[in-house]
Design a protein around this ligand. Structure first.
Ligand SMILES: [Fe+2]
Length: 288
């Protein structure tokens, strides 16, 4: 099979970016986007923070195919100063943080095959663009992402990448938030997954716990399946506030404490839902 131009590292620049090569997408690739897009827009209604779908519209993302990053950036850059840059796959942590700190979001530009609609080994452009980019149009969340990048650059020299990765995981990827109408999704990992959209919000299996920075930074996470615990923020403003302090003393403090397993509920937790754990128990039984 020829190398997919959208995953080709041969043309990678020093900062790991490549051209999106939008003209090279096939009709089949656009059709995969269209299928995923239509399904998620339908599922996310009344499940995602309302600004998310507003921003999908605001960025002129549509169900007819993979967005052209040049068009996206025309709108995005004018609005919040962010730019989406294409990369052929995962980039090293330091590069990722550097890009975020400069308001550049590294996004893959390849798309899963029709056989992989619900299964992804690594993030593709549907996850990166549909899941992440809408909230970059939100001024508060756009600032949070940049601050995260700056924090990452700092943590890199402090041996604290594990803690920062957990913060990203449980907010940017798998975060839930309270709204006047009930719990809503804002994490890209959930918003780009049909199965997890319903599971994270409605299944009784996972724990849903109020966000606490120390707690999140101590908690392991699943990379192979739905999460066992979701953390709930009161809103983007309070997430910014909760994460604005210098993390250096926090890292030192947490190094004295044990990690918390991904399925645990602890004494200090403000629990919104004590998970039954049923989903993961059954999965484990099946694979045992
Ligand atoms: Fe992601």
């Amino acid at each position: 099979m020829p190398i997919d131009i959208h995953r080709d590292t041969a043309t990678q620049r020093a900062d790991y970016t490549i051209d999106q090569n939008w003209d090279a997408y096939t009709a089949e690739e656009h059709a995969v986007w269209a299928t995923l897009f239509k399904r998620q827009v339908r599922l996310l209604k009344d499940r995602v923070v309302p600004v998310f779908l507003d921003h999908v519209d605001g960025l002129a993302m549509a169900g007819d195919g993979i967005p052209d990053f040049r068009r996206l950036n025309d709108i995005l850059h004018k609005a919040t100063g962010w730019t989406v840059v294409a990369v052929p796959g995962l980039v090293p942590d330091a590069t990722f943080f550097e890009q975020l700190a400069n308001r550049r979001f590294p996004s893959t530009c390849f798309i899963r095959t029709p056989e992989e609609l619900d299964y992804l080994e690594e993030p593709d452009t549907f996850h990166d663009v549909f899941g992440h980019v809408p909230l970059l149009l939100d001024p508060m969340f756009a600032d949070y992402m940049q601050e995260y990048g700056k924090g990452g650059l700092k943590a890199d020299g402090q041996g604290a990448l594990k803690r920062l990765a957990r913060l990203y995981w449980y907010t940017v990827e798998f975060g839930l938030t309270r709204t006047p109408d009930g719990l809503r999704i804002y994490g890209a990992g959930i918003a780009s997954s049909a199965g997890e959209t319903v599971f994270a919000l409605e299944d009784r299996s996972p724990n849903r716990v109020a966000f606490d920075l120390d707690r999140v930074m101590r908690t392991d996470y699943r990379i192979d399946d739905y999460q066992e615990t979701y953390f709930v923020i009161p809103g983007f403003r309070s997430l910014m506030k909760a994460t604005e302090a210098d993390f250096t003393p926090i890292y030192a403090r947490l190094d004295e404490l044990p990690d918390i397993p991904s399925d645990a509920v602890t004494d200090g937790d403000h629990v919104l839902n004590f998970g039954t754990g049923k989903y993961h128990r059954e999965r484990q039984r099946k694979t045992a």
